[in-house]
Each structure stands twice: as C-alpha cells, then as structure tokens.
Write a new protein. Structure first.
Length: 354
C-alpha cells in the first residue's frame, strides 16, 4: 500500500486486482482435473482492495462520507473454486466469493498501523458489530491517508463458468455432498464467526458444517467458538503470524498451519481442542508423522502420464513449508457410509475411465 501516491490510484486498481486474482485462481484449479486428483475445493487466502463508499452514516443518520472527506469501503474476500462437475444434480456454481465482514488495523497497513477514527452508524450487513472509521496512513511521504469503514458491506456472490453472477445470495458450503464446511477470515473468527454470529450463519447454505477453515494473520483457535456448534469436528487453521503445532516459536513472514480436532467435555459442559500432528512421507511412500514438506523453486511438478496436453507449471514458486493432514470425518449423519464418499465420481470421470 505504500506504493500508491493518491486515493485515485488506490480506487482505480480495485477491479483490476479482483479480476486478476479470480482469473489466476480459476486457472490454477483447472490444472487439477477431478478424474486425476479427486475432488478438490481451493480456499486460496484473500484479496483486499478499497472502493468508493455507499451509504455510510453517522450515529445520527447523517452522511458520514462526503466528497471532501470520503470514507472508503473495504472489499476483502476469498475466491472459492473447485474442480467438481457443473453438470450434475448438485447444481454447483463455478466459483464463489466469501467476504470478510470486519476490517482490522493490519488489513490495509502502509507506513504504520491504522488508528481508530470517528464512530459510525450500524452497518446493515451486520448491525450488531461496532462500526467506526479506520484512519490508515498508506504512504507517509505522499501524505496519503484514507478512512475505511470497519464493518464491510461486501456480499456473498456466486458465478457460473462464464463469470456471470448468479441470483443465489448464499454461499454453497456443501460443494462435496455430505461434507459441508465453514470459513472464517481473521478478525471475523473472533467477532463474527460462522459458528456464533447469526448474520454470518444466514449466508451459508448449510450451518451444520463439519470442517471450519480459519484463514488469518494473528488469530488463534479458541474452543469457545464451538460451544453451540456440535457438528464441527475439525478446525483447520492457516496463519501468517501465529506459530503452529510443529513450531510455535517461528515468527512473521512465514505461513503456518494447524489442525485441531474438536471434542465436547460433558463433565464441564464445554468443548476443547486437540492439536493433531501433520503427516509426511518417506522415500518409499510410507507415512510418518510430524513432517514438514519443503517446497522451493527447484520442485519439479509433473502430471499423470495419461493426461496428455496438460501444461506444466514452469513459473518459479515461493518457497514454503507444506503440511498434510488426513482426517477421518464422520459423515454417518449426512451420507450412509464412508465408502459412499470414496465412491462418489462425476459422470465425466466415469466416461473417461470407460
């Protein structure tokens, strides 16, 4: 954000950023066809931009955002894509947008952290949340200071394969039959979680989900979020600041992952979290526990031989530590048997095998 010289630059690139990230994410998942890789749903982090405000009010109902003193609207959302069939009975969207509802002081950090500004009226997207203006210095040398509404008005959106927006205003969190999931982005996990907040829950197709994905920077998993969410079996956490169960002492600039199983202690009437070790592989392919897989620029990624014409990934990739978990999710209440899940294949895959 320190690269911007004025507010006009900040606003003009918003749609460009959103379109480019959406395009790249869709291109990435297209490299992993279901017939070769199984069913994949990709939650690739968020993209944050600023847009002109619409209907931001003071506590007394007067306009808070004016031409001379604008308050910007944050669009900070995740683009969810998958490699599943679009032509079966499930009628899935090609991709969806899940928005972050609250803006934290680090979301648009420039030369320094954002400060708290004037109080604002409640935002209709979630009137229970405290609303005020963040005052953020993006570029101190250019005196570029912007005000951002804390509670975002960004909405859930769904699109078809041609990029046309669908009428459905709920997030289809059961892309894979019998395996509904939730998403919480950073600060939302603490103040507007999909397990506790009625406005966020109303945006999900299925509120009785089994996996809760927490994508954050500086937010830790907490058991109390699952006090009234008995169907959630695992919390899956990716964080850009917090340590993980593998190395809790590592610090910022690397990404961490952690998976915790959720249990309910009847003696105290409360849930608790049990951190699970990641899996790894040895040279002979057998499993071993608590292993990080290092991925760097020299990694050679190859596709199955039978899938001809699939382009190779030739771009350099950022080095990273990757962890893999295999989770035995109980689906007896949503599907008859675990074998039913394993056996699920799209008609396209059946034809390809035949």
């Amino acid at each position: 954000w320190t690269d911007f010289l004025n507010t006009d630059e900040v606003l003009v690139v918003a749609d460009l950023f959103l379109e480019l990230v959406t395009q790249k994410v869709r291109s990435l998942i297209a490299k992993f066809p279901e017939c070769d890789y199984g069913k994949l749903v990709l939650l690739p982090g968020t993209i944050a931009v600023l847009k002109p405000s619409v209907n931001i009010f003071n506590k007394d109902g007067s306009d808070a955002s004016t031409d001379k003193n604008p308050i910007l609207e944050a669009t900070n959302h995740l683009v969810c894509v998958h490699n599943l069939s679009l032509n079966d009975e499930h009628q899935r969207p090609a991709y969806m947008v899940w928005p972050k509802r609250t803006v934290s002081w680090i979301d648009f950090i420039g030369d320094r952290r954002c400060d708290r500004g004037d109080e604002l009226g409640n935002n209709a997207s979630n009137p229970d949340l405290e609303n005020y203006a963040h005052v953020c210095t993006l570029n101190g040398e250019e005196k570029l200071v912007v005000k951002i509404q804390r509670v975002s008005s960004d909405k859930v959106q769904a699109f078809d394969d041609y990029g046309r927006q669908l009428l459905d205003t709920t997030f289809n969190n059961e892309l894979i039959e019998g395996l509904p999931f939730g998403i919480n982005i950073c600060l939302d996990y603490a103040v507007a979680s999909t397990t506790t907040d009625k406005y966020r829950m109303a945006q999900l197709k299925n509120t009785e989900f089994k996996l809760d994905f927490v994508i954050s920077a500086g937010i830790g998993l907490v058991a109390k979020n699952y006090q009234d969410a008995s169907t959630v079996q695992y919390a899956i956490h990716n964080d850009g600041i917090q340590g993980s169960n593998q190395n809790p002492y590592q610090v910022k600039y690397e990404y961490f992952s952690n998976v915790s199983q959720i249990f309910y202690d009847k003696r105290i009437g409360a849930p608790y979290l049990l951190s699970l070790p990641a899996l790894g592989t040895t040279a002979d392919g057998s499993r071993q526990s608590t292993t990080m897989i290092s991925v760097d620029n020299s990694t050679d990624f190859t596709y199955p031989e039978r899938y001809s014409g699939m382009p190779s990934i030739t771009d350099e990739i950022n080095s990273a530590n990757v962890r893999v978990w295999s989770l035995p999710v109980d689906v007896t209440d949503t599907l008859k048997t675990q074998e039913t899940v394993t056996a699920m294949k799209s008609e396209n895959c059946e034809a390809a095998v035949a």
